[in-house]
Structure formats: structure tokens, C-alpha cells
Design a protein around this ligand. Sequence first.
Ligand SMILES: [Zn+2]
Length: 185
Amino acid sequence: MSADPTFRQAVATVLAELTPQPWDYTDGSGATLTVIPAGLREDYGRAEVMIRAAASKTEAAELGIKSSGLPGLLAALDEGTVWSHVTSLDDQLTVTPDAAGLLLVVTDVVYDSAIRERTATVHLPEEQRMPLASALRRALDVARGWEDPPVCAECDAEVEPGVTWCSTRCRNAADRHDLPEVSGE
Ligand SMILES: [Zn+2]
């Protein structure tokens, strides 16, 4: 008696989701794009997915996009629009659709003895656009799994995603901080 293939497929899918592998693609010029979910505990919205472009083994540029920034990239990939993003470390990713697919440019600011920039470019054919989007979605799920739940901006109580304050009381307290000072100096 063998296991039901549908069941085995379901198990394989679950395992793939629990242990996502880095996704990579090497273009005709030998440049490789890699998507790697980071595995670090972070506050809500701050876990990262690493995107690395490597023109060769020695010339690579990498940046981390926070989970809060990834939906914008996914929307751009779905819609075939230009997307550009600069991180808090001044690293940059620009995705530009063209007639044959997508051009991805990663600029990585390296803080050594001097500040220098490394840039690497990968061209993805059109048929790799959706596989890239799927890889980013899986990596986003993993990143979200490493995040603590969102907390109230006022009292640090746990809140639902997208909610700023846990209560009207906290919202009102936050409003009071925002009021201009009335008293003179
Ligand atoms: Zn609160």
C-alpha cells in the first residue's frame, strides 16, 4: 500500500514552506540573482529578505528589504511596473521591466575604511518574473514568521496587524502628546 500522491504532495508543500530554500537564477552573462529569507528575530515589519546580485564570485551586491517594504515590490512584479527602493543603509534595488523581461540593479553601500558602492545587475527573462515573485512571497512568509506581533504605539500591548493603538484610551493619550505646548517658557 503506497501513500496517496495528493497527500504526499501536500506534505512536500508544507515542508517546502517550513524550510524555504534560497531561490536563484543565473542570466546569460553569468550574473546570479539570489533571494534569501533572513532568519533573525525582529520587531513587527522589520524582518528582512536578502536580495543579492552577483556579476561574478567576487563582485556581489546585496540588500535587505524589510517585510513592510516587500508588498510594494510584489505589486510591481505583478503589474510589470518600475520599482525602486532605498534602505536605511542607503542600499538600493531598482527593478525595471523591458521588452525581454526585467532588469534588476542592486547597489550596496559598503562601509570599509572608505565608503564605497558595489553595483551588480541581473537580467531576468519574462518567464522568470512570476517565479521570482513566488520566491519573494515565500521569503516574506518566512520573514513574517520571525517577527514579534505588532504592539500598541502607546503602551506596548499586542495589537492586530495594521492597528496602531490597543484602545481609545491609548489613542487619546497619543493625541495629547501631539498637541502643541500651550504654556510659555
Ligand atoms: Zn495601548
